[in-house]
Design a protein around this ligand. Structure first.
Ligand SMILES: [Zn+2]
Length: 439
């Protein structure tokens, strides 16, 4: 499908001399064909570039790269609101894990559709998942048109490590590059405290053989640091390094409690970090040393983590929280400025997932973009645009979402998801699992 977005405002790119607005954007074959100064539709050039299957009037709207939710668990969206206000280990052991044992592939499929619908409406065009029944999630990603970086989660607990690893390997073989390349895969050892050194070593061997990255939780809580230091005499990141994981491309979620030496090690090994500020706050895990990690040159994306620990899958919220949190905690208003937060939600997030040509509006890059309505009073007056996006914008302002050159959401309607059916299925399943409150 060839789409022309005419007369839309874009953010000036860093290092680009082109700061003029508005622009016209051509999309075709899943990619951005051009971004040029706006000219009338009947101009010779635009006529020559056609014909267009669809011409979208961009006036009064802002175009942004689609957001990247670089760490979440789509299958847990069904558990939203179940076990609020508990510490991580109690939340996991007493609430999440017992319910997860009862989840069927169909539960995960509908949960993933719920998550994808929510994310698309808020402008998320790529998501990174680590969970089980991952085939069901991959089906949901393939059907709905979103971009997914998917990994089957594995751990030793309950003796499921071997089976988990076999399934993870099979999943990568089956789904890598599927859905026109929208699906990329990784192997997801859950965390240093749930995976033995032996399992991590075998995981590293397989990831190297399959040429896929590792997606893992790292240094999320002080309890994890204590446990790993007690067992192995090193930090969680040091333990991963000792078992070969850091010799591979790694996407490391959280990294709340990195020591100075860990930050240097992560920089040396080019570990890609995913900061999940809301989840870290809600589970009282702590505050990640984001300014220090940025200063060390680390790539940092943003993630919501699951809807059970957030409870939104909203990158507008994560951008804003990331920026405000680090200013407050460091008493430095220049920490994580708006432009950096926006980069973390887009380009740096894609980079954290080892994706190529995703996350920026550039010719030849993947056509993953969103239009944002800036008519609302909270967008007035027309001060610094990037600042307004990060500090004033919200997910309800998103009016159109394109992934891989295809329109998936427009003016309140999801075009690939039946919202009513999703709500019905999710409600039915939540009731069966005993997740609904009696009030
Ligand atoms: Zn997580």
């Amino acid at each position: 499908m060839r789409i022309l977005i005419s007369n839309v405002v874009s953010l000036p790119r860093e290092g680009s001399s082109r700061g003029r607005n508005p622009v016209d954007i051509g999309v075709g074959d899943g990619r951005i064909l051009f971004i040029e100064d706006h000219m009338p539709l009947d101009s010779e050039k635009r006529q020559q570039q056609g014909p267009w299957d669809r011409i979208i009037a961009g006036r009064g709207r802002l175009v942004l790269p689609g957001f990247v939710n670089a760490h979440t668990h789509l299958g847990m969206t069904l558990l939203r609101g179940y076990g609020d206000d508990l510490p991580l280990m109690i939340w996991l052991q007493e609430k999440m894990w017992p319910v997860e044992e009862q989840l069927t592939p169909e539960d995960v499929y509908w949960s993933a559709l719920l998550a994808i619908g929510e994310m698309l409406k808020g402008g998320v065009t790529t998501c990174a998942d680590m969970y089980f029944h991952m085939e069901a999630t991959a089906e949901a990603v393939a059907e709905t048109g979103i971009r997914g970086f998917l990994s089957r989660g594995i751990q030793d607990a309950g003796g499921s490590g071997t089976r988990g690893l076999e399934e993870a390997v099979e999943f990568c073989r089956q789904w890598q590059g599927a859905a026109n390349g929208r699906i990329t895969t990784a192997i997801g050892p859950h965390a240093p405290y749930t995976c033995s050194p032996e399992l991590l070593q075998r995981t590293a061997d397989w990831a190297a053989r399959l040429e896929v990255p590792i997606h893992i939780h790292v240094a999320e809580t002080t309890a994890e640091i204590g446990e790993i230091k007690g067992k192995y005499g090193t930090t969680p990141l040091g333990m991963l390094a000792a078992n070969g994981i850091l010799d591979l491309p790694v996407t490391a979620a959280h990294c709340v409690h990195l020591e100075e030496a860990d930050i240097l090690l992560a920089a040396e090994k080019e570990v890609r970090i995913v900061h999940c500020p809301t989840s870290n706050l809600k589970l009282a895990s702590g505050i990640a040393p984001v300014p220090e990690m940025l200063a060390a040159g680390l790539t940092i994306g943003l993630g919501t983590d699951s809807a059970a620990s957030n409870n939104r899958l909203d990158l507008w919220q994560e951008m804003r929280t990331a920026s405000l949190l680090h200013k407050g905690s460091s008493e430095d208003p220049t920490a994580v400025p708006a432009g950096t937060a926006l980069q973390m939600a887009t380009f740096l997030g894609a980079k954290a997932l080892h994706l190529e040509q995703v996350g920026q509006l550039q010719p030849e890059w993947k056509a993953d973009l969103i239009l944002v309505d800036t008519h609302g009073l909270h967008w007035q007056p027309a001060s610094d645009l990037t600042g307004r996006v990060v500090y004033a914008g919200e997910r309800g302002d998103v009016s159109l979402v394109i992934v891989d050159g295809r329109i998936l959401y427009e003016d309140g309607s999801l075009l690939t998801i039946d919202e009513e059916k999703v709500s019905y299925e999710v409600g039915k399943r939540a009731q069966r699992l005993g997740l609904l409150s009696s009030t």
